[in-house]
Design a protein around this ligand. Sequence first.
Ligand code: SF4
Ligand code: SF4
Length: 354
Amino acid sequence: MDKEWSEKNKRIQVLLRKETTYKEGIELLIKFRGEMFEQVSQIVNGYPVEAFYQMPFANAKGYHSKTLSYSIWHIFRIEDIVAHTLIAGDEQILATGDYQKKIGSPIITTGNEFQGQEIAEFSKKLNIRALYEYAKEVMISTNSLLTKLEYSQMKRRFSDADKVRLAESGCVSPDENAIWLIDYWCGKDIRGLIKMPFSRHWIMHIEAMRRIKNKLCRNARKGVDPVAYCGLSCNHCFLGEWCGSCRTEYNVCSFATLYEDKRCPNVVCCNEKNIDGCYECSELEYCTKGFYTPDNDGAASAKAQAMFIRKYGKKAFLEVHDKLHERFDFAKTQEILGQNMYEGLKILENEYNS
Ligand code: SF4
Ligand code: SF4
């Protein structure tokens, strides 16, 4: 488990145990859920539709053996069922927001009943935008429920009537891989439910989503030119796990994500000029497009790299990057190359000739 997330979760659970710190624990939990949801948002906003039904770890044991779509559906269906049908005793967001139809889901259950390829087939049917809107509404609704819950309710338990209500809702499949959920949820008190579906369950599945998308990015980059259009090296980029390169559909470069079509202006411009990258452009030094926007603190270092590629070629460029990364500990190239493109070029040349 992500160490930072695990520590945060532990702290929240400790705070929730005492009446004097309970409210602080709820506030922290809501903040933490927001932080985790940010990762879901970045994935939904960054990757192509096909990414959401791929199973790059299909035969693995664990949450990462699913798809991105399935993971979102599963996290938020469980939360919706538990928050509304079980705890609040009111209607689920799936019904009030007419989300089954909007998402295009053939089921209203949690999806636990699906195995192997069934997960991919199910995922293909889901409208990811609508699914994301559903997830967001469920999160907001649960956050509101959490703020209304009092410490005195934490020990509230559930009865056989609650089990019957859950079974009759049709939201849990009678399949042996799913039906156990009813006993599992009803065997907990409210504090136990806050711990599992509302926090730890998120951590496990969102971490699995990170593994899935990292693998999809690595797969997308296989055999693709590792030099980005603007002159950066995708092989050495600190966003390498998030971004599948601006030469693929998995482009999550911060500049690309600023635009609705997810296309970085440098990529668009190079394509229009029919050139391989900005390093082939005579306007490079004076350009202010996309990544070269003057207020981008990485602009000068990207230009320095593009100028180096123009002079010495991509092979030499990638070798220099290997050397720099061996010698220095840095994430962004501007930390080494600075804010002056000519100075940055000199640093690269010195490294090349050393
Ligand atoms: S952010 Fe840019 S340099 Fe980094 S991996 Fe993506 S396209 Fe490549
Ligand atoms: S004008 Fe700018 S963005 Fe376009 S190819 Fe030249 S350097 Fe790249």
